[in-house]
Design a protein around this ligand. Structure first.
Ligand code: 13P
Ligand code: ZN
Length: 277
């Protein structure tokens, strides 16, 4: 039997086992019902040389040209695959793809050919932006965290023009750690059809500024240096959303930390206000 690509590459195996671990957390948290959510990880560093495009494997067109990730390798969750299954069998529920030299198509290079997630446009357009901007971020995560999605049904939190940064400020004010560990806050992407190019484009615009964006009435899309980092930021923001909703469940609106208290946390911990490459 042919060796799995992971058996031949220990560093790649470790990176993918981290993805599997996070997939398990997502299932346990109730954020990954059925096939809900998807993960992409830039694994190019684990390949010592870029193999030439194989003529034996079919090429699949990308929806848009992605020149900055040309020739790069990504681990991608399979479409319709479950996070709880990926947690145990990452290579049977995801695949490694290689983007072509011209950035117009990709091939599945290992192990079994598994069709990539339907949210591939968002994942790869954001990965393309990360490489283009010289970022060290390698992971992109889409998931359905219950409390954040619940807040995306509340109109006052969606209208960023009427109440600028209202949702971010509310979440930051729940506990100081939210501000410390999700210092860029939460961008908001108005509802778009799942898997659409419009959703990918709107996500890309927000990801230039935020590490986590809320897809209205759907889920979140996050970026991170690695998959644990992307997961942690969603977890921190969702915890704040949970505290907010639990406080509201007492029948009262939580006051939250004051602006002065939040500014104090920002200055004591020298928190960044924009992404540090
Ligand atoms: P996939 O199964 O295609 O990854 O889709 C899951 C999802 O959450 C779509 O938004
Ligand atoms: Zn989804």
């Amino acid at each position: 039997m042919a060796l799995s690509i992971l058996d031949k590459n220990e560093d790649l195996r470790r990176a993918i086992m981290d993805v599997a671990e996070v997939a398990g957390y997502i299932w346990e948290k109730g954020w990954g019902e059925r096939n809900g959510g998807n993960i992409t990880l830039n694994v190019t560093d684990y390949f010592s040389s870029v193999a030439p495009q194989s003529l034996d494997i079919p090429s699949i067109d990308l929806p848009v040209a992605l020149p900055y990730i040309a020739g790069m390798y990504f681990y991608v969750k399979g479409t319709q695959k479950r996070m709880r299954d990926l947690a145990r069998w990452p290579m049977a529920n995801g695949c490694i793809i290689r983007v072509s030299e011209d950035g117009l198509s990709f091939q599945m290079v290992a192990d079994e050919p598994i069709a990539p997630t339907s949210e591939l446009p968002s994942h790869l357009m954001v990965q393309n932006y990360l490489v283009q901007s010289g970022s060290k971020y390698k992971a992109t995560l889409h998931t359905h965290p219950i409390e954040l999605v619940a807040l995306s049904h509340i109109p006052e939190f969606l209208d960023d023009t009427k109440y600028p940064n209202h949702l971010t400020t509310t979440l930051w004010s729940m506990i100081p750690e939210t501000l410390a560990f999700a210092p860029l806050g939460l961008g908001i992407v108005p509802y778009q059809v799942p898997g659409s190019l419009e959703l990918a484009q709107a996500t890309l615009e927000k990801i230039e500024k935020y590490d986590v964006t809320l897809w209205e009435k759907h889920g979140v899309f996050a970026v991170g240096t690695d998959i644990m980092d992307a997961f942690d930021q969603v977890d921190v923001l969702n915890k704040a959303a949970r505290i907010y909703l639990d406080a509201c469940a007492t029948g009262q609106r939580p006051t939250g930390m004051s602006l002065r208290q939040m500014k104090e946390v920002q200055s004591v911990f020298s928190l960044p206000t924009k992404r540090i490459i």
